[in-house]
Ligand binder design. Structure first.
Ligand SMILES: Cc1cc2nc3c(=O)[nH]c(=O)nc-3n(C[C@H](O)[C@H](O)[C@H](O)COP(=O)(O)OP(=O)(O)OC[C@H]3O[C@@H](n4cnc5c(N)ncnc54)[C@H](O)[C@@H]3O)c2cc1C
Length: 591
C-alpha cells in the first residue's frame, strides 16, 4: 500500500522553473513541490553568467531588440508570439526577483548591473549590448536561493529526495504522479488537480557535458512512455567553452567581459568568421568555428582544443583594437568572474589571469522537450490539443522560445517568465476544478513493478558500462556535426543498448537510498531520449541552429520551417508543426 497525498497544485522539480511556478500557485491554492534533489542542489544553482532583460540600465535597449535577437539566434525556429512574451515579461521578472531580495551586482549609481552576452545586440548599430543582469558569475545560485526562501515563506510543502517514476493519467487528463521516497524505497501517490513537470534538462546523454549528474530527462521520458509526444528533440546546444576533456562550463560571461578564442597560430579566429560580433556570435556558430579550426589543423599544438584567453592585458589590447574605451585589470575579473576563474585553477591547474585556458564545446542545453502553449499547458499533439491538468516549464519544456539555438541568459528568463505563467494558470485551473477520482490501490503498481524489475534483475550488464557507451557514441555521432550514416548507426547502437538494458546486473537489492536502482532507472530515460533525439536528427534533412547535417549543410525553409513532434509509441513517429511567425520573416544569419 503506497502512501497517499493530495494537493491542488503539484510541481515536480525544484529548479528555477518549478520554484517560480510553486511560488505563484501557492498564492491561492495548496501547493507541493517534489524533488529528487534537495531543492537548492538543482542545476539552476549552477547557472553562472546572467539573466537578460532589456532594462537599458547601462546603454539604450528595447525588449523588441531582445526579441529579434532571440528569434535570429534561434535560426527562425522560435514561435514569435512566445518570444514577445519572454522578452517583454523579462523586465518585470527581473524587478520581481530584485524585490524578492536577489542581490544583483550594481552600477555605481545603484541600478542592476548588466553585461554583454553572445547574440544580444543593439539592432541599429549591430554591436553587442549590455543586457545580462548578474550576481557575479553565480546568478543562478542567487535565483535559486531567493525563490526557495520565498516558497518557504509562502508555505509551499516540499517533498525533498522523492523521485517521480510515473504520471497518473486517465484518458487525456493528468491526476498526479507516483514517486519513490529515496530514503526508504517506498512509493507515494500524489493526487492533484494540476501537475507541472519542471524536471530540467538531459545533458547526461553525452560524455563531454556541462550538465550535473542528475540531468537525465525523467519528465520528458515518462511522457514518451505514456504515449505523449516531445518537440524539437534534434536541437541540442553545444556550448563552445567547456573545460577541455571535462566539459565543466566556463560561462560565456567571460567573453561578455572581453575574453576571446585563440587558435594554435595565436589568431583571434572569430574575426574571420563573424566580423561584427566576433567572439560574441551565438553559441552554435562559435562551436562550429572551433571544430573548423581544429579540423584545419589549427587547434592548439594541432590537437582538438583551442584557447579561451582572458588575460587582462590581452583583453585591453582587443578592447583597444575594437575601439572600446573600457579597460580592466585582474581585480575586476576576479570580482566579476570569481567562480570560473577558480574552476580553471582547480580543475586544470591553469590561472586564467596569467595563462590561456584550454576549452572545447560541451553538451549544454536542450532546446526541445515537452511541447506547451504560452501558459505552460502541455500539448497532446501537433494540432495544439491539450493534456488536461498537465503543465511544464523550464528546460524540460519546449514553448518554443529558443527555436534551433538558445541565446545565453535566455534560459533563466524562460524559467521565471513561463514558470510564473504556469503557476498562475495551475492555480486558476485548480480553483475551478475538483479532484478527479483515481484508484489509490493500483496507480502505483506500474512504478513499483518497474523499480522491482531493476532491483531484482539477475543479468550481466552493468548500467555504468551501458551509460558510458551511450555517452561516447552520442559525442561521436549525435554531436555538433551529424551525418545520415552516423545517425543511422547511432539508432542501431541505441537499439542494442536498450536490449542490453533488459539484462542488468545490480549489486544493491535493498530499499534505502538505493542509487544503483535509481541510476539504472534514469539510464532507461536517457536511452529513450537518445533514441528520439537521433531519430529526429535523422529526419531533419537540413542544417539549422544547433543541428548541423554535413550531408544537408543548408537551411531549408521550404520544407523545414517546422517543429518536429515525435512519439515513441512502439515505434518512432514524427510529425510537423508550423513555426508561428508574426513580425520577422527568416533571413540569413550574419553577425
Ligand atoms: C553550468 C551551467 C551554467 C548555466 N548558466 C546559465 C546562465 O548563466 N544563464 C542562463 O540563462 N542559463 C544558464 N544555464 C542553463 C540553465 O541554468 C538551465 O537551463 C536551467 O537552470 C534549468 O532550470 P529548470 O528549473 O528547468 O531545471 P533544474 O534547475 O535543472 O531543476 C530540475 C529539478 O527537477 C528535479 N527532478 C528531475 N527529475 C526528477 C524526478 N524524476 N523526480 C523528482 N524531481 C525531479 C530535480 O531535483 C531538480 O529540482 C546554465 C546551465 C548550466 C548547466
Amino acid at each position: 500500500m503506497a502512501h497517499y497525498h493530495q494537493f491542488d497544485a503539484l510541481v515536480v522539480g525544484a529548479g528555477g522553473a518549478g520554484l517560480m511556478a510553486a511560488l505563484y500557485a501557492s498564492k491561492s491554492v495548496k501547493t507541493a513541490v517534489i524533488s529528487k534533489l534537495y531543492p537548492t542542489r538543482s542545476h539552476t544553482g549552477a547557472a553562472q553568467g546572467g539573466i537578460s532583460a532589456a532594462l537599458g540600465n547601462i546603454e539604450q535597449d528595447k525588449w523588441e531588440w531582445h526579441a529579434y535577437d532571440t528569434i535570429k539566434g534561434g535560426d527562425f525556429l522560435c514561435d514569435q508570439d512566445a518570444v514577445d512574451i519572454l522578452c517583454k515579461d523579462a523586465i518585470d521578472a527581473v524587478i520581481d526577483l530584485e524585490h524578492m531580495g536577489l542581490p544583483f551586482d550594481r552600477t555605481p549609481d545603484g541600478k542592476i548591473s548588466q553585461r554583454r552576452f553572445g547574440g544580444h545586440t543593439n539592432n541599429e548599430t549591430k554591436q553587442a549590448v549590455q543586457r545580462a543582469c548578474h550576481a557575479a558569475d553565480r546568478t543562478g545560485h542567487m535565483i535559486l536561493q531567493t525563490l526557495y526562501q520565498n516558497c518557504i515563506k509562502n508555505d509551499v510543502k516540499f517533498f525533498d529526495e522523492f523521485q517521480m517514476i510515473d504520471i497518473i493519467m486517465d484518458g487525456n487528463k493528468c491526476n498526479g504522479i507516483v514517486a519513490v521516497e529515496l530514503s526508504t524505497g517506498e512509493t507515494h501517490v500524489f493526487h492533484s488537480k494540476a501537475t507541472m513537470l519542471a524536471t530540467g534538462g538531459f545533458g547526461k546523454m553525452w560524455k563531454i557535458t556541462s550538465n550535473a549528474h542528475s540531468l537525465t530527462g525523467d519528465g520528458p521520458a515518462i511522457l514518451l512512455r505514456r504515449n505523449l509526444p516531445l518537440e524539437d528533440m534534434e536541437f541540442y546546444q553545444f556550448h563552445p567553452t567547456g573545460v577541455y576533456r571535462m566539459g565543466i562550463l566556463l560561462s560565456e560571461a567571460a567573453r561578455g567581459e572581453g575574453a576571446v578564442f585563440i587558435n594554435g597560430k595565436g589568431e583571434r579566429f572569430m574575426e574571420h568568421y563573424m566580423p561584427t560580433l566576433k567572439d560574441l556570435a551565438p553559441r552554435d556558430i562559435c562551436s562550429r568555428c572551433i571544430y573548423q579550426e581544429v579540423q584545419s589543423g589549427r587547434g592548439i599544438d594541432g590537437k582538438d582544443f583551442v584557447y579561451l584567453d582572458f588575460r587582462p592585458e590581452h583583453i585591453n589590447k582587443w578592447f583597444e583594437a575594437d575601439g572600446n574605451p573600457k579597460r580592466i585589470d585582474a581585480h575586476y575579473l576576479e570580482t566579476r568572474l570569481p567562480d570560473i576563474i577558480e574552476f580553471a585553477r582547480v580543475y586544470l591547474g591553469v590561472d586564467p589571469i596569467t595563462d590561456p585556458v584550454p576549452i572545447q564545446p560541451t553538451a549544454h542545453y536542450a532546446m526541445g522537450g515537452i511541447p506547451t502553449n504560452n501558459n505552460a499547458q502541455v500539448l497532446a499533439d501537433e494540432s495544439g490539443n491539450l493534456v488536461e491538468g498537465l503543465y511544464s516549464a523550464g528546460e524540460a519544456a519546449c514553448v518554443s522560445v529558443h527555436g534551433a539555438n538558445r541565446l545565453g541568459t535566455n534560459s533563466l528568463v524562460d524559467l521565471v517568465v513561463f514558470g510564473k505563467r504556469g503557476g498562475i494558470a495551475m492555480a486558476e485551473y485548480a480553483k475551478n476544478a475538483s479532484f478527479h477520482p483515481i484508484n489509490k490501490e493500483t496507480v502505483h503498481q506500474y512504478s513499483e513493478d518497474s523499480l522491482n524489475a531493476i532491483r531484482n534483475s539477475k543479468g550481466t550488464e552493468r548500467p555504468a558500462a551501458i551509460r558510458k557507451e551511450l555517452q561516447v557514441m552520442m559525442d561521436e555521432k549525435v554531436g555538433v556535426y551529424r551525418t545520415g550514416a552516423g545517425l543511422r548507426q547511432a539508432l542501431e547502437i541505441i537499439t542494442d543498448l536498450q536490449a542490453r538494458f533488459k539484462n542488468l546486473k545490480i549489486d544493491d537489492r535493498g530499499m534505502k537510498w538505493n542509487t544503483d536502482v535509481s541510476e539504472a532507472w534514469e539510464l532507461g530515460c536517457l536511452l529513450d531520449l537518445a533514441e528520439v533525439t537521433a531519430a529526429a536528427a535523422l529526419w531533419r534533412e537540413e542544417s539549422r541552429g544547433g543541428h548541423y547535417r554535413e550531408d544537408f549543410p543548408n537551411r531549408d525553409d521550404k520544407k523545414f520551417l517546422n517543429h518536429s513532434i515525435v512519439w515513441k509509441n512502439g515505434k518512432i513517429e514524427i510529425k510537423m508543426k508550423p513555426v508561428r511567425i508574426t513580425r520577422h520573416q527568416p533571413v540569413e544569419r550574419k553577425y
